[in-house]
Design a protein around this ligand. Sequence first.
Ligand code: HEM
Ligand code: HEM
Length: 186
Amino acid sequence: MDKTHFNPASIFLHWLTFCVLVAIYVSIEVAINFERGSATRDIFSQLHFYLGITLLVITLFRLLMRALSHKPAISPEPTPLQNKISGLVHICIYALMLLVPIAGLALLNSAGKTLSIMGMELPPLIDTNRALTATLRERHAQLGGGLLALITAHSAAALFHHYVIKDNTIIRMLPHAKKHIGPAKG
Ligand code: HEM
Ligand code: HEM
């Protein structure tokens, strides 16, 4: 077993998460620039909703992979305080990647709307309650903003490890070719 890198599934899911999250933020920022009720706003909003639910599913897989797989050591080893802070940031990122889409779905349900996936309607998390919609929109946007702030700090820390400390933190999260063992063919 390769102990120098995260396993390929975790690496794939990490970078898939990155791409999906970029699309989630871009889609909603584009959507809200168009008038309510316009076809363009609806298309980008729907994209935001479906990508958000996709992220929720990806996050559940990531948590499963995290529980089942080995975490490669960083070399040289960071201080215990650095390990504690990064561990805490990762937990908060995971928590928000579950909480923000759930809040988004509840927000949609509060306005009397539901989402269907391949013809199957997702059960509403809450009953229609228009009095709650504005508060839920605000909370959903605030939590989404919090997630963005943590990801920015996380990415900056990863780049700091790579370019300033010059350790293997990022290398562990990058795809790598398997070394060929045995005599060369040909
Ligand atoms: C949408 C953006 C991102 C999200 C949501 C995200 C989330 C996460 C999470 C939750 C972990 C913990 C993995 C685990 O041990 O279970 C992690 C690890 C990691 N991420 Fe990201 N990440 C993002 C972007 C980035 C970027 C842009 C970089 C590089 C510049 C990066 C580099 C890393 C590295 C190196 C690790 C391993 C850290 C360690 O073992 O302490 N991530 N990421
Ligand atoms: C991690 C996933 C998600 C993130 C990071 C996220 C982020 C955001 C942000 C930042 C906004 C506020 C935009 C603004 O007003 O500036 C927003 C709005 C919204 N989001 Fe999400 N969201 C996610 C998932 C979802 C999901 C799964 C749903 C529904 C199924 C959803 C439904 C909504 C709705 C209805 C709005 C309000 C749009 C409007 O005012 O017209 N979001 N989201």
